[in-house]
Design a protein around this ligand. Structure first.
Ligand code: TPP
Ligand code: MG
Length: 599
């Protein structure tokens, strides 16, 4: 058996498990790992400028391609604590990332050593496994178990904490003797699926709610095949957005309190049965449960047994990986079709499509300062179906969810449950590493953008070109809007007179100067007619200079975006679209004259 440092064995295992990229920040306690990484030379490394960002880069990397596991690396103490937000966000959205931290030597763990913190205890609630390895010979088995856990059942993150002496110790290890552990994924049985199809068949107005579990299982094609087979409309969740293309005739809209369309909610409210697959009835999707569940039956298919019944009791629960369930749904559905046993859904499908054509919000405003709705209209014009959007939270993300279009799985990359400000920029860099050929478009409010703004330099240093649409209202817009309920506008303003940049007109930070200072390109737009040319120019700059390009759009400071606390009571703040030209880039044109704008 060859002998090597335990950390060298760990690096070989990473490679064997398919890892080609890592994101991190070195420090004394993790230098053995960096030495092993350099010696092996098979895993690329992106040096983040904040350790939290390394974790979000790893998330973006995982979320881009089926099978990817993003790896983030940091030293002991504050590096680990910085990455906790990334672990939380990954755990919340069922995203596998592996976080590797250095640690003080084992003999000094209890001595309040420099940067020795019990990171495994801190990370426990937000990981599937968080462990400090105390025996060098356990390093290979711990990594083996980590990959097994991250990929089995409900996917999620793992933290492995490695004391300095454990990394450095010699162990016997032969990678040729290493085999990844089998992955465990529960699968529905045929009787369970038959029961679900009986219920679906008995319903008059059924819908499928397609969650992120379908994306994780790489089962979007099967979802569309099944929906077409039984002719049942689909409401994707925010995490499932892209599982069915927005322009598919069975795509019935997003439902929810914020990132939703009017027709999505209306379609959900009109249904009498919902088949949820790989979803978790998130509260910003359901709103009040009485409204959401009244008058309809529910089937819930999820890979994690304890998710069934967590939010409300379904009429039927099935524990299954989404792909395994959908394979059986398609198989059983075909048999029913061939036997003439499928209901004719054409009236119900047409009712849903009619709402999609008519229940639109207005996007076409010519106002200066620019109204945010107009930004998304221009983005729809500028960006094609293969664009990978990245966003996190705020009015910017909510309006993006209402007005943008997504056509493919993993093309709406969003930190859904945790919503940590600052996520967008580093996550977009992780997406660029995972898919260097993609057109990556990030969408941030000014505050989200400022949270981890230093990562722009990482994009410039490592030549990770993408377009960052920065909608600047000089406000913590979402919180400002929420404070209306308290009748305050308090601690939410980002405006100040910038002594170096009077041209930003009291909006505070000069993002163009910051971005340029970081080695990126940047454009600023103040009039609606300039948005599309700026986005086109950004594409050129991105291709030419191979660095991130920021397109800052100066918005009207106060614009409220549609939202509410119940899906039947969403507050609209603007007049609705009544003519085709009010919503020219909506998926279904309000009138035929607008067909020219559809892709
Ligand atoms: C780490 C963190 N702190 C606080 C919040 C709460 N929060 C959500 S949105 C928001 C303001 C976002 O402002 P901006 O990014 O400018 O977007 P806008 O709503 O103005 O479009 C805040 C503070 C959060 N999501 N994450
Ligand atoms: Mg803002």
């Amino acid at each position: 058996m060859p002998r090597m440092k335990a950390i060298a064995a760990a690096v070989q295992i990473l490679q064997r498990e398919g890892v080609r990229h890592a994101f991190g920040v070195p420090g004394a306690a993790i230098n053995p790992f960096y030495a092993a990484l350099r010696e092996r030379g098979t895993i690329g490394h992106v040096l983040a400028r904040h350790v939290e960002a390394a974790a979000h880069m790893a998330e973006g990397y995982t979320r881009t391609r089926a099978g990817n596991v993003g790896v983030c690396v940091g030293t002991s103490g504050p590096a680990g604590t910085d990455m906790i937000t990334g672990l939380y966000s990954a755990a919340a959205d069922s995203i596998p990332i592996l976080c590797i931290t250095g640690q003080a030597p084992t003999a000094r763990l209890h001595k309040e050593d420099f940067q020795a913190v019990d990171i495994a205890a801190i990370a426990k609630p937000v990981t599937k496994l968080a462990t400090t390895v105390l025996e060098p010979a356990q390093v290979p088995g711990t990594f083996q178990q980590a990959f097994h856990l991250m990929r089995s059942g409900r996917p999620g993150p793992v933290l492995i904490d490695l004391p300095f002496d454990v990394q450095m110790a010699d162990i016997a290890f032969d990678i040729d003797n290493y085999e990844p552990l089998p992955i465990h994924k529960p699968a529905a049985t045929r009787p369970q699926i038959d029961k679900a199809l009986d219920m679906l068949g008995a319903a008059e107005r059924p819908l499928i709610v397609a969650g992120g579990g379908i994306i994780n299982a790489d089962a979007a094609d099967l979802l569309v095949e099944f929906a077409e087979l039984v002719d049942v409309p689909v409401i994707p969740t925010l995490m499932g957005w892209g599982a069915i293309p927005d322009d598919h005739r069975l795509m019935a809209g997003l439902a929810g309190l914020q990132t939703a369309q009017r027709y999505g909610n209306a379609n959900l409210l009109a249904s009498d049965l919902v088949l949820g697959i790989g979803n978790r009835w998130a509260n910003r999707h359901t709103g009040g449960l009485t409204t959401y569940t009244r008058g309809r039956r529910f089937i819930h298919v999820d890979i994690e047994p304890t998710q069934i019944g967590r939010v409300f009791a379904p009429d039927l629960g099935i524990v299954s990986d989404a792909k395994a369930a959908l394979q059986l749904f398609v198989e059983a559905g075909r048999e029913r079709r061939d036997a003439g046993g499928l209901a004719d859904r054409s009236d119900w499908v047409e009712q849903c499509a009619e709402r999609k054509r008519t229940m639109l919000r207005r996007t076409h405003f010519d106002d200066v300062p620019i109204k945010p709705q107009r930004v998304y209209e221009e983005m729809n014009r500028a960006f094609g179906k293969d664009t990978r959007y990245v966003s996190t939270i705020g009015l910017s993300q909510i309006a993006g969810g209402q007005f943008l279009h997504v056509y493919r799985p993993r093309h709406w990359i969003n930190a859904g449950q945790a919503g940590p400000l600052g996520w967008t920029l580093p996550a977009a860099l992780g997406v660029c590493v995972a898919d260097p050929e993609a057109t990556v478009v990030a969408l941030s409010g000014d505050y989200d953008f400022q949270f981890l703004i230093e990562e722009l330099a990482v994009g410039a240093q490592f030549n990770l070109p993408y377009i960052h649409v920065l909608v600047n209202n000089s406000y913590l817009g979402l919180i400002r809007q929420a404070q209306r309920a308290f009748d305050i506008d308090y601690c939410v303003q980002l405006s100040f007179d910038n002594v170096n940049s009077p041209e930003v007109g009291g909006y505070g930070v000069d993002h163009v100067k910051v971005a340029e200072g970081m080695g990126c390109k940047a454009l600023r737009v103040s009039e609606p007619g300039e948005i599309l040319p700026a986005l086109e120019e950004a594409k050129k700059l991105m291709a030419q200079d191979r660095v991130p390009v920021v397109v800052e759009i100066i918005l009207e400071r106060v614009t409220n975006i549609s939202m509410g606390t119940e899906i039947d009571n969403i507050v609209e703040f603007e007049e609705l679209a009544t003519r085709g030209e009010d919503a020219p880039t909506a998926i279904s044109a309000l009138n035929l004259d607008q067909m020219q704008f559809l892709d």
